[in-house]
Design a protein. Structure first.
Length: 466
């Protein structure tokens, strides 16, 4: 059955216009005014609403064994939460630990998603060690359609790689034409600072940020950029949180390093005082890189609007209060992560666009179009144009409510944005032309999501694949 969306204001990275959208066979078939619905097509009246391309979260953790426990969401719960929040595609980090086989881990992550997701999805493949099997396994994973790697310059002896391993991974990435995403810190420095703090009885969540200070993130960003420069690989800094790291990344970009920057929802809106709350209430806000001093936020917002920060993800990683309390005796044992997949679009619209910090076009570009371009999904995703997948968000800018864990779909017992007001929400969301959300509620097909296989696009000499 076809679908005709009538009279909405189409908002894309290029601009805004009023038009109808005709959907047939999962794709956008026509865009114009006065379009006529075919027989048996559903007609949705979008007058007074905004119509966005489906939003893409380039950085989520759904299945994640980490710090003696597992993240709370499944693909069933996370995809429903994503869709009611307007996200129609997410890219999950595949993160086997150093002690696990990379290819077996990749197959496990795929199995967890297959048939369970209500929205489309793709993967970044983490390289957590380099041995005699790694290169061929990564080649096989890229042949399977996963065209991006992930490395951690943190979490020593669990996810973290050495400089030698990073060099080998980036050399292979450059050869294969894949982009490498990186968590930029310094595992050795963090480890030493953590031990110094614990030795003096500083065990609470308020000491998490001092154990991973801004200069540590800046050093990791500089080192990653240096290795990109040495290998000719393309890179993407994930969850950049502070001005010093931003300056390091921008300096690398200015000298021609192929580097793109992501910041995530919590770093735009929350600050380190949240993690300084008493006991478990503070633990709920422990993530890495940590929530920072609020003085960093103007630089992040300015750089996002200017296009220097390319994308906004979430680093979605829900652990409940009981799991967070594993760190009662030492902040180093608190599972790192804050959920955000369900609320990213509404909060960035409300506190970015509606507060004058972000234009509508940059909002769409950073949360949809640029993730699609950077990760080989454009123009299939991230666009409203004929031939694109009909992933569409009909957005009600007049809707008002307060965020609450009591009403969320994310599988967690708290929401880091509890009590925050939002000004707008997705009223209708489609995935490849099928209505999955109506009146803000999930009404769709649970297993509709497909794995999106992508082609490498970052071969040496190619600056950008847009």
């Amino acid at each position: 059955m076809g679908l005709l969306i009538k009279g909405g204001e189409l908002v894309t990275a290029e601009g805004r216009r009023r038009a109808d959208i005709l959907v047939e066979d999962e794709r956008i078939a026509a865009i114009g005014t006065g379009l006529t619905a075919p027989a048996n097509a559903e007609v949705i009246d979008a007058r007074g609403k905004l119509v966005f391309p489906g939003f893409i979260d380039p950085h989520v953790h759904i299945h994640l064994p980490f710090m003696a426990t597992f993240a709370k969401d499944t693909h069933a719960t996370a995809s429903r939460a994503a869709l009611v929040g307007g996200t129609t595609t997410y890219i999950e980090m595949v993160c086997p630990s150093r002690g696990e086989d990379a290819l077996a881990g990749y197959e496990l992550w795929k199995h967890k998603a297959q048939g369970n997701s209500a929205c489309d999805y793709a993967f970044h493949m983490a390289v957590t060690r380099w041995d005699e099997k790694t290169e061929e396994q990564l080649r096989e994973i890229v042949r399977d359609g996963t065209a991006s790697f992930k490395i951690f310059l943190s979490y020593k002896d669990f996810f973290g790689v050495t400089d030698e391993e990073m060099f080998h991974a980036l050399k292979l990435a450059a050869e294969l034409g894949v982009i490498t995403t990186a968590h930029c810190e310094n595992a050795e420095l963090v480890g030493q600072l953590q031990q110094e703090l614990l030795a003096t009885g500083k065990i609470g969540p308020e000491w998490h940020e001092p154990s991973r200070p801004e200069f540590v993130e800046a050093e990791g960003t500089t080192r990653f950029a240096t290795f990109l420069e040495a290998t000719g690989a393309a890179g993407y800094v994930v969850h950049l949180s502070c001005r010093p790291a931003l300056e390091a990344a921008l300096a690398a970009k200015a000298r021609g390093v192929r580097l793109w920057i992501e910041s995530v929802l919590p770093h735009f809106l929350l600050d380190k005082t949240y993690a300084e709350r008493e006991d478990v209430e503070g633990m709920k806000y422990v993530m890495s890189p940590p929530l920072r001093n609020k003085r960093n936020q103007p630089a992040l917002w300015h750089s996002l609007e200017a296009g220097s920060i390319d994308t906004v993800g979430t680093d979605h990683c829900p652990f409940d209060g009981e799991q967070k309390a594993l760190g009662t005796k030492a902040f180093t044992q608190i599972p790192n992560g804050i959920p955000g997949l369900e609320d990213r679009v509404n909060l960035m619209w409300t506190y970015g666009v509606k507060r004058g910090r972000l234009s509508e076009q940059r909002f769409v570009e950073a949360l949809s179009t640029q993730p699609a371009k950077l990760f080989g999904l454009y123009p299939r995703k991230g666009a409203i144009e004929v031939g694109a997948d009909a992933d569409l968000v009909i957005y009600d800018p007049e809707y008002r409510r307060t965020i609450s864990a009591a009403t969320q779909l994310t599988n967690n017992d708290y929401n880091g944005f509890e009590g925050w007001e939002i000004e707008g929400r997705p009223a209708v969301v489609t995935v490849r032309g099928k209505v999955q959300v109506r009146d803000g509620k999930f009404v769709g097909e649970q297993g509709r999501g497909r794995m999106l296989r992508r082609e490498p696009q970052y071969f040496r000499g190619e600056t950008h694949a847009s």
